[in-house]
Design a protein. Structure first.
Length: 331
C-alpha cells in the first residue's frame, strides 16, 4: 500500500510538473537559406524546475528541420521525434508516429509543431491533443507551425502569425516578431497574476553548416515568478544587442527599380549595376546582422563572396534619398 501511495504521488507530481512545460511556440524553415528555427515562451519558473536550458522544448536539426514538443512535456517523446526526423520521416509522418507510439500511451495530452525541408521544399505539421489545457490550438503555414495551450485565446496564435508574416527580416527576425505577437498579459493565462505573457522565452536558428545542438543564433531569457518582468521585452533587448533587423526594412521589390545584381545565387562574385546617376554606399551583412563589408558604387561594382561561408547575405545600398536591400545566396 505504501508503494502504491508513493507511486501515485510521484505520478501526480510528474504530471503536474510535465504540464508546466508548454504554452506558445513557433517552428519555421527558410527554403532559400536552409535555416531552421524555433521560438517559444511559457509561464514556468525555470529557476525552480531544474532545467538548465531555456530552449529545451525545441530541437533543431541543421538543414533538415525543427521540432517543438510541449504540453505534458516528456523528453522521450521529443527524442523519438528527433530520431524520426533523422531517419527521414516527413513532418506528417513524424506526427502520426508520435501519436501511435506515445511513451505513456497518452497522446491526447501532447502538442507538437514540426517544420522541415523535404527535398529542399518546406513541409509542416502540427498536433494538439484533445486533453491539453484550454485554450489550445495550432496554425499551419507553408513553412511554419504555430501552436499553444493554456492560452488567453485564439488571438495569441493569430497575432503571432500576423507578426511573423509581416516581418521583412530573416528567419531569426521573423521568429522574434512572432513572439512579440504574443506579448500580452496572460497570453499564458497562468501569468495573469504576474502581469506578463510568460516567465521565459527564447529564439534560436541553425544555419545549414551548424552542428546539432549548437545553433549559430540563440538568445533566451528566464524570469522568476511574481517578478513582474516581461520576458519577451527582455528577450528583445538581448536580441537587438546581437543582431539588427533594420537592414531588411525595405522590401526587395524596390531594389530592382534602381539596381540589378547577378548572378544570384552565386559561388564567388556578384556584379551590382546602378540604374541611377547617384553615388551610394554599399554594406554587406551576414544573416545575424553583422557588417562584413563596406564599399561605394557609382555605376558598377563587383563584390567577392568566394571567401564567405555558404548561406544568405544582405546587400544594403543607401544614400540620402533612398535605401534598398537585396538578399544574396552563396552556394
Amino acid at each position: 500500500m505504501n508503494k502504491l501511495i508513493l507511486l501515485t504521488f510521484l505520478l501526480t507530481f510528474f504530471m503536474h510538473f510535465a504540464r508546466t512545460q508548454d504554452t506558445f511556440s513557433i517552428v519555421a524553415v527558410d527554403s532559400v537559406t536552409g535555416e531552421v528555427g524555433s521560438a517559444g515562451a511559457s509561464c514556468v519558473d525555470l529557476f525552480q524546475t531544474g532545467f538548465s536550458d531555456d530552449d529545451f522544448l525545441a530541437q533543431l536539426i541543421p538543414n533538415v528541420g525543427a521540432i517543438n514538443t510541449q504540453a505534458y512535456y516528456i523528453p522521450s517523446n521529443q527524442n523519438n521525434a528527433t530520431n524520426r526526423m533523422n531517419a527521414g520521416d516527413t513532418p506528417s509522418e513524424i506526427i502520426n508516429w508520435l501519436v501511435e507510439n506515445d511513451v505513456q500511451n497518452q497522446p491526447q495530452f501532447r502538442q507538437y509543431g514540426i517544420a522541415a525541408l523535404v527535398n529542399g521544399s518546406p513541409q509542416t505539421a502540427a498536433y494538439t491533443g484533445t486533453s491539453t489545457d484550454d485554450y489550445k490550438n495550432h496554425i499551419i503555414g507553408p513553412d511554419y507551425s504555430i501552436q499553444g495551450n493554456i492560452l488567453l485565446g485564439q488571438e495569441v496564435l493569430d497575432s503571432m502569425e500576423f507578426k511573423f508574416l509581416n516581418e521583412n527580416g530573416d528567419l531569426a527576425c521573423k521568429l522574434m516578431a512572432a513572439l512579440q505577437g504574443a506579448n500580452m498579459i496572460g497570453a499564458d493565462t497562468r501569468c495573469n497574476g504576474n502581469g506578463t505573457s510568460s516567465l521565459f522565452a527564447f529564439v534560436k536558428v541553425a544555419q545549414p553548416s551548424d552542428d546539432v545542438g549548437n545553433p549559430s543564433f540563440l538568445v533566451s531569457v528566464r524570469t522568476s515568478g511574481n517578478a513582474g518582468i516581461e520576458p519577451i521585452d527582455s528577450l528583445q533587448t538581448k536580441f537587438d544587442q546581437l543582431k539588427s533587423c533594420d537592414v531588411l526594412d525595405v522590401k526587395e521589390e524596390d531594389f530592382s527599380r534602381f539596381f540589378s545584381v547577378y548572378p544570384n545565387p552565386t559561388t564567388d562574385f556578384i556584379t551590382l549595376e546602378n540604374k541611377t546617376n547617384e553615388l551610394y554606399d554599399v554594406f554587406v551583412y551576414d544573416v545575424t546582422g553583422h557588417l562584413i563589408l563596406q564599399d561605394s558604387i557609382s555605376k558598377t561594382k563587383k563584390i567577392n563572396f568566394s571567401h564567405l561561408a555558404k548561406g544568405a547575405y544582405l546587400v544594403k545600398i543607401t544614400n540620402l534619398k533612398r535605401t534598398v536591400v537585396k538578399k544574396i545566396v552563396v552556394h
